[in-house]
Structure formats: structure tokens, C-alpha cells
Design a protein around this ligand. Sequence first.
Ligand code: NDP
Ligand SMILES: O=C1O[C@H](COP(=O)(O)O)[C@@H](O)[C@H](O)[C@H]1O
Length: 494
Amino acid sequence: MPTERRSLIMLFGATGDLATRKLYPAIFNLYKKGNLKEHFAVIGTSRYKFDDEKFRETVSKSVSEKGVDKKLVESFIKHFFFVTHDVTDLDHYSVLKEKAEELDKKFKLEGNRVFYISMAPNFFGTVAKNLKNQGLLTEGKGFNRLVIEKPFGRDFESAKELNDALSESFEENQIYRIDHYLGKEMIQNIEAVRFGNTIFEALWNNRYIDNIQVTLAENLGVEERAGYYDNSGALRDMVQNHIMQIVSLLAMEQPVAFKDTDIRSEKVKALRSLRVYNVAEASTNFVRGQYSASGDGETKEYREEDGVPADSNTETFVAGKLLFDNYRWSGVPFYIRTGKKLADKFTRVDVVFKKPLVDIFSFPQDGNTLLSPNVLTIHIEPEQGFSLVVNAKNGEQGFHTEPVNLDFYENSQRTKATPQPYERLIHDVLKGDGTNFSSWPEVASAWKFVDQIRRVWDIQQPMFPNYIPGSMGPVAADELLARDHREWIYKLNQ
Ligand SMILES: NC(=O)C1=CN([C@@H]2O[C@H](COP(=O)(O)OP(=O)(O)OC[C@H]3O[C@@H](n4cnc5c(N)ncnc54)[C@H](OP(=O)(O)O)[C@@H]3O)[C@@H](O)[C@H]2O)C=CC1
Ligand SMILES: O=C1O[C@H](COP(=O)(O)O)[C@@H](O)[C@H](O)[C@H]1O
């Protein structure tokens, strides 16, 4: 039975792309499932001159996919209200305050408030400050929770400045920093696989694991987001947040209990033991790329995309080797890679185990191949599942081994029914569960690591473009592993 959550959701940036594409459908799903019922209201705000009716039309359109129950949509949108509001104008907050108090009474919201800032990052601090100073936080009853979209800073310094600004109005346990990867089913499954299975947790260390590979590949380019992306690049856009979060889930120790404070504290410990590279290490252990035009002329090169300067040195691809200086992981490289315009859109983690110390099945005179490493692959997207490569006898005369796959994939029905990241994350905010959000110490450690790479790249001239669309990035990404006598488990055309 779903539990009903009571709250006012005040949404800043209610006419924006994220709100219309992701947030309204997510809130609607919570309503459909009964997590939100009678006792909730949404105040959407932006400078736009909407009234409630027009706003409701937008929300209705955004949730009305094929086959939707129209009556349900009608009752859902009655919970939506619009206040025209410029977040930089202090006078506007009194209108918001009055509306919030009115709706609190009308829907019996018990003083519970979620403030969701879905706006450009330069507004995050301003809104948080004004909410507090203009008296929008309820006192003495109910909760006040602040949801912050990405990016959280563009380096450690700016992230700290932002965090200090937020901390003047909200406690750390009231701040929910969104990383939508943490809302994905299979990312959350990493903990289930690790801590729910003796066969993996017992082997989850440098005695048995040779290396771990994390790939977040995209086949699209920058699309309409060149303005943002060219200022960011793949390192800030994907590595500092999503990849560092995934890696911390893979590397952390077992939390004392499955609750947010315990999980966060283990993730922070893991991230703090990540080796922060010096200049030489950063140059050797990280490679960057930028896509060229495709041979058939179908895809333009990155530097020719709309809104990208013709001399841009922004990386659209990153691969790197991460090393943890702790007892569990000493000597085990974590290889990561991500990029735009790659061969396909997928996310996966490959855990490569060491081979048996002695291979008693190696009969070269008999044509037998050497044992393969066991590989546990966690398929995050588009398929959701696991596969485990094990060595087995091949069924023929003689004794020949071959690697076979033990596969589990969620069926498409269950995958379709899986809540989308924003639905999960908004539900967690309403529950007050911070497990799947990035805490400040995690964000700080991730920036400190990434800043070092950035510093080195900013003083070196890259040889761009250096990979073709439809590939898996520049040759240097393969060389990174070849130098360690290893290779990527996922290769093209396999
Ligand atoms: N779009 C996406 O897919 C993703 C977005 N994000 C993050 O989510 C946030 C929002 O992104 P997105 O929706 O794309 O941005 P948009 O530019 O589409 O929307 C920005 C919103 O802010 C409002 N706004 C701008 N200035 C003011 C102001 N002074 N006072 C009040 N409202 C204002 C705009 O409305 P108006 O102009 O009418 O005032 C609009 O509603 C960003 O932090 C982004 O990085 C994160 C992941 C994915
Ligand atoms: O945060 C971001 O993620 C998307 C990829 O997300 P996914 O859920 O589709 O894998 C990426 O395209 C975007 O550049 C980045 O800002």
C-alpha cells in the first residue's frame, strides 16, 4: 500500500524544459500510485504571465501520454497553482508566502514544504536566501526541504561558495542535491548486488578483483545544449557527478545500516581515499577527446555545432584511471569513460575478476585456450540486468574450456513499469530520505579530484578533433588500458 505524502511543492522554473519534460510526469506518477492524494499542492513560479488555468493546461499536456485516464488528469491538475514571480525581486516573495499559507490550509499540508529550484544554477543561492529571509520556511511544524538541480558549482571553490550560501538558510539534512543517475533502478541495484550476495561481497576486494570499468556512452551529440555544454565539457558534465557517484557505490565499505546517513558516510570515506593526482599522474591517467565529422558527412564535427566556437577545446569524451589508496582497493584500477557521439547509448559496469592463479586447463598442445577472467556486468541501461562470465567445459571430445554467460535481464514489462529517476527522487524527498542524493562532502571530494585533471588540461593544448562519431572514443582511451596490459570489456562489434 503506498503511503500518502503531504506537502506543498514550490517549483521555481515551472515553465522550463526540465519541469515540463520530467517533473510534472514524475509528480503525476506519484499521484497515480497514491503517494500523493488529496493533501498536496504545487505552486509553479516563473516570470511568465500565466494564470492557474493556463498553467494547468501546460501540466495537463505534459502528463497526457497515450491512454492516460483523462479524469485522473483533471483531478490532478486541480492541485496546481501559478504565481508570476521574479526570484530576484524581494517584493514578489510576499505573494508566494500568502499563497503557500492559503494552500497549506486548503489542502491540510501541515506546514510541509518542498522548494524545488529547477532554474539556472546562478539562481540557487539567491532563491535559498530569499526563502529564508522572506519568511517562506515554516517554523515549528512540518518540514522544509530544498531540492537543487545540477550543476553544483563548476569547481571546488564555486561549489563551496554555493554550499556556504545554501547553508545560511538550510541545514545539510534539508538539502537534496539531485543526481538523476542515483534515481536509476540499476544504480540502486549496485548496493543490492554487493551487500545482498555473499558470493560477490566476499570477493569484492583487491585479492579477487583485477579492475572495474564504468562506461556511460551516448550516441547523441550536444543537441540544443551547446551553450551550457561548451562551458562544461564531459569531465564536469558527467564525471564529477554521475561517474563519481557510481564509483563511490562500487568502492564503499558496507554501511552499518541501509540508511542515508550510514551510506553517505561510507561513500565519503571511499571518495576521500581516491588518489588526487599530481600533474604527471593526471596527464598519464586521463585522456580527453572531441568528436570530428563522420566520414559520410552525416554528422558535423563538434566545433561546427550551433553555438560552439570554431576553436573550442571542450572535451566531448573522457576516459580515465582512478586509484583508491585504501586497504580494499590498493592496486585495483577503476577505469571510467563517457562521451557524446559514441557507438551507442548505454551505461554499464564491468567488474573484472582475477584469473585463477594456476590454470590447470592450459593444454596448448591440445589447442585449448587460456581461461577467461570472470566478469560481472551490471547493465544499467537500456537493458536492466546482470551477466556473469564463467568458464565451463565446452561439451566436445577432450577437455576444452570456454567462457559462457549467465544472464539475467529484467523483462520489458517490468523495465517499463520501473519508476523513472525523477519519480523516485521526488518520492524520496517527500519521504525525507537522502540516500540517493549527493551530500556536500561527496560533492566536495569529487570536485577536488576533478579540479586537478581540469587544471592540467587547461594548460595543455589538445589535439582535437580526435575521434569519429560512432566509435568508442579516441585511440588513447584504448592505450590507457593497453599500457596496463588490459583492455575494455565492451568493445565495438562484439
Ligand atoms: N533540461 C534538462 O534536461 C535538465 C536540466 N537540468 C537542470 O535543471 C535546471 C533547469 O533547467 P531547464 O529547465 O532546462 O532550464 P530552462 O531554461 O528551460 O528553464 C528555466 C526556468 O527558470 C525561469 N526563470 C529564469 N529566470 C527567472 C527569474 N529571474 N525569476 C523566476 N524564474 C526565472 C524560466 O522562466 P521565465 O523565463 O518565464 O522566468 C524557466 O521556467 C538547470 O539547473 C539545469 O542545469 C538538469 C538535468 C537535465
Ligand atoms: O546529466 C546529464 O546526463 C545526460 C545523460 O543522462 P541519461 O540519463 O540519458 O544517461 C547527458 O546527456 C547530459 O549531457 C548530462 O548533463
